[in-house]
Design a protein around this ligand. Sequence first.
Ligand code: ADP
Ligand code: MG
Length: 256
Amino acid sequence: MPHIELDHIGKSFGTTNVIRDFNASIADGEFLVLLGPSGCGKSTLLRMIAGLGDITRGILSFDGRRVNDWTPSQRGVAFVFQSYALYPHMTVRENIAFPLVMDAFRKWYHIPVVNTVMRWKLMRRADIAERTARIAEQLELTALLDRRPANLSGGQRQRVALARSLVRDPSLYLLDEPLSNLDAKLRTQMRAEISTLHNRVRKTFIYVTHDQVEAMTMATKIIVMNKGEIQQIGTPDQIYSDPANTFVARFVGAPP
Ligand code: ADP
Ligand code: MG
């Protein structure tokens, strides 16, 4: 059974159809890249999968269960955006641990607010401290754990945001152009970090980009889309060596 099934999925804003009749199966553990030009509907589709935007038409299912009406937390997804906002009054360590602290706090006290004393007590819990340290190490943030966001570079802040999104150990990772604000060197490095993370956790990743190189180097499977429609689904090799139409050929840069 595929992990995720998109069955005739469509999305309209008013009378404008942004996603048209989208059909795809995504296997468990796949690194799926949604590749297409700006404005083709990638973010809209990802947001529907995350539960952040209503599905106008069709059925979305996870492990055979219809999830159209499930909240993001019921779906067990982590969503990494292109833009990010860190809590300015918290250290890097606290920012990264925040989702875990919130989970623990909710479970124990059924209260959605964490005060400073409780936050510090929870931060010392072994599993939270360990998980925070591990993800910080993976993203080379260990030396920065006691700093505050104001004292970080843009790239460092982006990595903290990435660490915070991934700290929860989700079953589905959704990433929307997470590297597009980084400089070229850091982008290459982070690509490798994300691929390593995927190999280690072996969960399903859906990664949105308009960057062909990113798609070719990271994906196990690519969906090329244009104007809200699927142009081709295949492995990077298939897409490159056997493009389905001239749009795909032009977009991935292979000869038509
Ligand atoms: P991509 O992520 O591929 O760049 P988007 O999913 O952001 O594309 O947008 C796809 C299309 O949907 C665009 O034409 C955009 O203007 C439109 N769109 C996105 N969100 C909204 C919205 N909330 N209301 C109206 N139109 C929207
Ligand atoms: Mg987008």
